[in-house]
Design a protein around this ligand. Structure first.
Ligand SMILES: Nc1ncnc2c1ncn2[C@@H]1O[C@H](COP(=O)(O)OP(=O)(O)O)[C@@H](O)[C@H]1O
Ligand SMILES: [Mg+2]
Length: 367
């Protein structure tokens, strides 16, 4: 027996790999849909491929599933090179956004379909379909046709049908895209529970950053066929490292500055401190970023010691209910957005001079 394929983790232990892509490229004519991607996904992971429409998420997923062949590079599943194998020869299954249920078959037979095709004995089919319907909480719906179910229930059937073959990896391409917001939120929690229960790797494609953050333990942010940032949800939100990733994961205030000593000087000379490792690899000019909710407002004469601070004028104030959004303008004409929780009555009126303050660890640097 060959050793199972593993990868080094931060802690020094080795994690068995479910999926490994090495130098994978896919072109459609002139379009480079996937551009030299290398990635490793551990076993029992909830891994999200996140990015805007057209960045190559679906193509990457289809290559893992065997629906597209890469032009170059290799794909391994649990250490076995599957490049060139047909979809049904791979230990994976896919859930598509459209669900692709058979409208003329009832729910039981939709879920049983894969087992019937493999000529699994009827007693075992009944037992395994029950288990699956229990897992996705559809017991009692066996006799209904897909047309008699809600969108969320159809989604659960698609999941049950994909999981009944015991794939070692489940691929999901925008599986919640057709659901309305409330249902989508419920299914996010539900999918996470199911992944936890079945204990296999889910590779989840989405363009919705909140969805990826809610469910995934690891997120690969894709941009123009490449992986631009890889990490846990908190890690990539707090330190996105590029303007693209910062913007894709939420709002941020980006400001130009130059490196001075161990910090950054902004255009008005304000000295900004930040974690030392964030400046590694940069010289001279940089852009720093701060999330709007990480900033606080005070009167300019009451800035506490030990925080970063910029003087600005309040341009606009919007009361949102849970928070107040301030639009500020700095002395050099840059706009800043600050989101303040409505904990007390302190308001800063339009036209007033304020200081926007934040802690040094909330400063990131983008390229
Ligand atoms: N079958 C195809 N033929 C031609 N171009 C394609 C095909 N599939 C995808 N593309 C192109 O490849 C790029 C990536 O597409 P896709 O992987 O579907 O992105 P995403 O899923 O992130 O929206 C896009 O420019 C898309 O138009
Ligand atoms: Mg897609």
């Amino acid at each position: 027996m060959p050793e199972p394929e593993t990868r080094d983790q931060a802690g020094g232990s080795r994690e068995p790999l479910a999926v490994a892509l090495s130098g994978v490229t896919k072109r459609f004519g002139e379009v480079v849909a996937v551009d030299d991607i290398t990635l490793e996904i551990g076993e029992n992971r909830f891994y999200a491929l996140l990015g805007p429409s057209g960045c190559g998420k679906t193509t990457t997923l289809r290559m893992i599933g065997g629906f597209e062949d890469p032009d170059s590079g290799s794909i391994r599943l649990h250490g076995e090179d599957v490049t060139g194998l047909k979809p049904y020869q791979r230990p994976v299954n896919t859930v598509f956004q459209s669900y692709a249920l058979f409208p003329h078959l009832n729910i039981f037979e939709n879920v049983a379909f894969g087992l019937r095709r493999k000529k699994v004995p009827s007693v075992e089919v009944t037992q395994r379909v029950r288990e699956m319907l229990d897992l996705v909480q559809l017991v009692g719906m066996e006799k209904r046709k897909p047309g008699q179910l809600s969108g969320g229930q159809r989604q659960r059937v698609a999941l049950a049908r994909a999981l009944i073959n015991h794939p070692r990896v489940l691929l999901l391409d925008e599986p919640l895209g057709a659901l309305d917001l409330k249902l989508r939120k419920e299914m996010q929690i539900e999918l996470k529970r199911i992944q936890n229960e079945v204990g296999i790797t889910f590779v989840h494609v989405t363009h919705d950053q909140e969805e990826a953050m809610t469910m995934a333990d690891t997120i690969a942010v894709m941009n123009e066929g490449r992986i631009e940032r890889l990490g846990g949800p908190t890690e990539i939100y707090e330190d996105p490292r590029s303007a693209f990733v910062a913007g894709f994961l939420g709002a941020s205030n980006l400001m130009e500055g130059r490196i001075e000593g161990s910090g950054v000087a902004l255009e008005d000379g304000s000295a900004i401190s930040l974690p030392a490792d964030r400046l590694a690899g940069y010289d001279a000019q940089v852009h720093i970023g701060v999330r709007p909710e990480k900033m606080s407002l005070t009167a300019p004469e009451t800035v506490p010691a030990g925080v970063n601070s910029i003087g600005a004028t309040v341009v606009d104030v919007s009361f949102i209910g849970v928070s107040t959004h301030y639009l500020l303008r700095t002395s050099w004409g840059a706009d800043l957005v600050v989101v303040v929780q409505n904990l007390d009555d302190e308001r800063h009126a339009a036209g007033s001079s304020v200081a926007a303050t934040w802690q040094s660890q909330h400063t990131f640097v983008v390229s």
